[in-house]
Design a protein around this ligand. Sequence first.
Ligand SMILES: [Zn+2]
Ligand SMILES: [Zn+2]
Length: 49
Amino acid sequence: MADEKKRCKHPGCLCPADEGSDYCSAYCEGAGDRPEAICDCGCPDCMPS
Ligand SMILES: [Zn+2]
Ligand SMILES: [Zn+2]
């Protein structure tokens, strides 16, 4: 089933946000207002290859 998930609000983050949160992790919540080209939250989706 393709259930639509909210994206993390951190600019540059590709992760789905946690339920009940605008961010995927505490890292993104802390960096939320700091625009970064590359997310460093550690999720596999965000890791540069
Ligand atoms: Zn991320
Ligand atoms: Zn994130």
